[in-house]
Write a protein that binds this ligand. Structure first.
Ligand SMILES: *Cc1c(COP(=O)(O)O)cnc(C)c1O
Length: 434
């Protein structure tokens, strides 16, 4: 390949022509060009090295450029990058299904492999609807969820995101209308009060004949506000779903693979969903891949009634390259002391972030497993605080009032210290700057 763009001007071209997530094109904000990445370090084109606090949005749990994952990718590449999954199959997909069935709680044992988290949410919603349809409950097509959630950017997934932060009014005519209960507010089971679930209970009692499934992010609400809630809420939701013939979809796309301290967040409530979505860390941040797991009962019901098939099938379904890397990533995780690593992160957050709670301008500090969140009174100045972070040699990407980190699990104690020191110093400077 020869470069079309000149070394000195490719970035100008990029800025003019390439969209970035949730950003204007004719943009005020510029993006920092990464030349290469290894371990927890991102190296910019100008040679500056940044300690990564974001794991590229929950995904790069083993860090970057990992020799084991590289080998898995290149060995699979020598065999084939991709083949269609219609009528063909391959060992990497079977191996991945075997791992996911083994890791997730019973009775989740049927696996749909798709391209991205958002698509897996679409698949989960369609599965729930088709399940009830197959049983003659065609009216069960709506979802019940909680506010402040995030489930992805495609239209089906978006319809279940928080109506305000998800900007439902803009897409009013294309988004399905679902039921929204207030998000739970208590974090510990010890503080549990029945009023937490009252609104949710009323919605499911009144509307269950229209509701196919409840969808929510267990324990941690991610991109909708980085909020944590009590496991008791999930137990109550599970019981209400059972009582009212409603399926439970657990969106573990962000929480899966250890981030909250257990392999899956559902484990903290001791509940099992009927459908579970996994993504993000599934391939250790190498490739886009997601999985939807469900029970034999649901897959059987869908498969034995008209139209005798589940109506979904993306072009890149079960991409072998992504499956091979996912298998290597899961093995790498399970062979690592990931619980201790998450606990060490929690400890460092408690030591270094928790003191910010007392600062003027900070409304809350929240810590859960490998997630540390500092919530401010006012939204940060993104360009300015990002520059502060980069100047201090770290990569942290706040949104709104939330400055948060979820570093790769492999981060060393000194790097974590540097990351958190840079975080608190930059927040202090921002608050002082006003
Ligand atoms: C990121 C995320 C999604 C969407 O995944 P994409 O791969 O970005 O489509 C869905 N649900 C949750 C909880 C997520 O964190």
């Amino acid at each position: 390949m020869t470069n079309l763009l000149h070394d000195s001007s490719w970035l100008d071209f990029e800025k003019m022509h390439v969209w970035h997530p949730y950003a204007p094109m004719e943009g005020a904000l510029h993006s920092y060009p990464v030349k290469h990445a290894r371990g927890v370090q991102l190296t910019l084109e100008d040679g500056r090295a940044l300690i990564d606090g974001m794991s590229s949005w929950w995904s790069a749990i083993h860090g970057y450029n990992h020799p084991v994952l590289n080998r898995a990718a290149s060995e699979q590449l020598d065999k084939m990058a991709h083949v269609m999954f219609g009528g063909l199959t391959h060992r990497p997909a079977a191996e991945l299904a075997a791992r996911l069935v083994r890791l997730t709680p019973e009775p989740l044992e049927r696996v749909f492999l798709c391209d991205s988290g958002s698509v897996s949410v679409e698949v989960a919603i369609k599965m729930a609807i088709q399940y009830w349809q197959a049983q003659g409950h065609a009216s069960k097509q709506r979802l019940l969820t909680i506010r402040r959630g995030y489930h992805g950017d495609t239209c089906g997934a978006m319809a279940a995101c928080d109506p305000d932060t998800g900007m439902h009014h803009i897409f009013n005519r294309v988004l399905a209308k679902h039921f929204f209960a207030e998000a739970p507010t208590v974090v510990n089971d010890a503080e549990w009060q029945d009023s937490e679930i009252a609104g949710f209970r009323e919605l499911i009692e009144v509307h269950h004949t229209e509701i196919a499934a409840v969808i929510l992010e267990p324990i941690v609400q991610g991109a909708g506000g980085m909020r944590f809630y009590a496991p008791e809420y999930l137990r109550q939701v599970r019981a209400l779903c059972d009582a009212h013939e409603v399926l439970l979809i657990a969106d573990e796309i962000a929480t899966g693979f250890g981030r909250t301290g257990t392999l899956f967040a559902c484990e903290q409530a001791g509940i099992v969903p009927d459908i579970m979505c996994l993504g993000k860390a599934l391939t250790g941040g190498y490739m886009t891949l997601a999985a939807v797991l469900t029970t034999a009962e649901i897959s059987r019901t869908i498969s034995t009634r008209t139209p005798h098939a589940f109506m979904h099938g993306p072009t890149f379904m079960a991409n072998p390259l992504a499956c091979a890397v996912a298998n290597a990533s899961i093995d790498l995780l399970l062979d690592s002391p990931w619980q201790e690593r998450i606990a060490a992160m929690s400890g460092a957050f408690a030591r270094q972030l928790a003191p910010c709670r007392d600062w003027q301008g900070v409304t809350d500090v929240r810590i859960k497993g490998g997630i540390g969140v500092v919530e401010l009174e006012r939204p940060v100045n993104m360009a300015r605080i990002t520059e502060r972070f980069v100047d201090k040699g770290v990569w942290i990407r706040p949104f709104g009032k939330l400055v948060y980190v979820m570093p790769p699990y492999i981060i060393s104690a000194p790097d974590l210290d540097t990351l958190l020191t840079a975080l608190t110093e930059s927040v202090a400077e921002e608050l002082a700057a006003g």
